[in-house]
Design a protein around this ligand. Structure first.
Ligand code: HEC
Ligand code: HEC
Ligand code: HEC
Ligand code: HEC
Length: 320
């Protein structure tokens, strides 16, 4: 297999190469979509250095090491398939990774080990002084991308917004300032009495698992910074009003009671957390909790990724 893969020249597919000494074997922690057989290639986060690979996709055992490898899969047909590295919760008893709800320490947003110098847990995102925006005392360089979708409106007729990275007040642009790949993860404003420079030079690349809204392109992404039909009526949020085609009965009246975080817009662009009748909307953090406190499922989700019961993330807003 590997012999036909130019990315892995001369290495037998069944062999594992150069595992780091600290490698810890864990149970299957990845899910693969769509199912296929191929080569699992582990590269180090940041510099893409190959740390190993394995092929036995039906009974995957991934070696996890402290450098937090990213996974990349290439099939024999040279199709790149997304591999989802599941959250620490269930299978990392031997590591410090946080389970859903355990807080930010040890979660994917704990960058203390990634920084080029000792920093605190909050440093990459917040600072008490010299913030890049007063809102959220934001410490990370904001993206200057303009985010838009590839169609004008949702099926219901709700207009998709155009959101400016460095001026929109909703929290999604804070997420996108890392996840859109335009700004280094460690490009912060202030730490320990000065501008520390870039603390971690990693940027997400186009198409990689963690990249969202790369280059400002939100096409293919669930709507956000849009109104939610809170109380089963049309709402207005971020300059957009729920479209006439909405099926108002097919929504949870109050997703907050189900663990979802909603936001409100006072009409002049000031956005705060919490629903307000008629002016409620959703952001990235309606579905995810960046601090891993309210998360109950994989990917910092406020609902589960799997299943068909009331804990399932999609049913916390949609009544389908
Ligand atoms: C990876 C970035 C990131 C890190 C690290 C981070 N936060 Fe946040 N924080 C955010 C974002 C984004 C929000 C906006 C919350 C939302 O949209 O739900 C936020 C919101 C907040 C708020 C406002 C209240 C709230 O929860 O919405 C406080 C307070 C806060 N963070 C404190 C902290 C503290 C203290 C730490 C360190 C222990 C920390 N954060 C680490 C990104 C981060
Ligand atoms: C300071 C940069 C930064 C900010 C701000 C940030 N993230 Fe992340 N996020 C990352 C990085 C880096 C990773 C992947 C870490 C890794 O490679 O191990 C990540 C991972 C994630 C993951 C995957 C978690 C998992 O367990 O697999 C989700 C979901 C996520 N971020 C959502 C968000 C949301 C939502 C926000 C805003 C509320 C946000 N992020 C803000 C840098 C950031
Ligand atoms: C409507 C709910 C919802 C919203 C809004 C949302 N996400 Fe997600 N997100 C999910 C779900 C569900 C997954 C798991 C997808 C999967 O892999 O099956 C996910 C996965 C992710 C991942 C892990 C990689 C992946 O694609 O699977 C990242 C990173 C992420 N989201 C970041 C963000 C950011 C940043 C925003 C805002 C710009 C955002 N999300 C808005 C529901 C949402
Ligand atoms: C936080 C609430 C929330 C969650 C959770 C949520 N959605 Fe949505 N969803 C919305 C809102 C709001 C809209 C826009 C409705 C409109 O058209 O006005 C929407 C729209 C949609 C649409 C219609 C898109 C279009 O072009 O018309 C689909 C499909 C959808 N969501 C699927 C999902 C799936 C699948 C999940 C789970 C992964 C999910 N949603 C989770 C709130 C949510």
């Amino acid at each position: 297999m590997a012999a036909h893969d130019p990315d892995l020249p001369g290495v037998a597919a069944t062999k594992r190469v150069q595992w780091p000494l600290l490698a810890i074997p864990v149970q299957p922690i990845i899910s693969i979509k769509p199912p296929f057989r191929g080569i699992l290639k582990l590269t180090k986060t940041g510099n893409n250095e190959l740390v190993g690979f394995c092929v036995d996709v039906d009974s995957v055992r991934v070696l996890w090491e402290e450098a937090k490898p990213t996974l990349e899969v290439k099939s024999m047909r040279r199709i790149t398939v997304t591999v989802v590295l599941a959250a620490a919760a269930f299978f990392y008893p031997l590591t410090a990774s946080a389970a859903p709800g355990d807080g930010i320490a040890g979660s994917k947003h704990d960058f203390t080990d990634d920084a080029s110098q000792d920093v605190g847990l909050c440093t990459f995102c917040h600072t008490p002084h010299q913030a890049s925006s007063t809102k959220l005392l934001w410490n990370h360089e904001l993206t200057t991308n303009t985010f838009s979708w590839d169609v004008p409106s949702t099926t219901a007729g709700t207009t998709f917004p155009t959101v400016q990275g460095d001026t929109y007040q909703g929290p999604s642009v804070k997420c996108l300032s890392c996840h859109d790949g335009s700004v280094a993860i460690g490009d912060v404003n202030w730490f320990n009495g000065g501008d520390p420079g870039i603390l971690w030079n990693r940027k997400f690349s186009e198409g990689e698992i963690y990249a969202v809204g790369y280059g400002g392109d939100m096409g293919g992404n669930h709507p956000l910074a849009v109104p939610y039909p809170y109380n089963n009526v049309a709402n207005t949020y971020n300059g957009s009003t729920t479209g006439d085609g909405i099926q108002l009965g097919e929504w949870q009246a109050d997703p907050v009671s189900l663990g979802i975080r909603m936001f409100n817009d006072d009409g002049s662009g000031n956005i705060a957390a919490g629903p307000v009748a008629g002016q409620t909307g959703i952001e990235c953090s309606s579905c995810h909790d960046v601090h891993n406190k309210a998360s109950v499922g994989l990917y910092l989700l406020r609902g589960t990724l799997t299943g068909n019961d009331s804990n399932y993330i999609c049913l916390k807003c949609h009544v389908k």
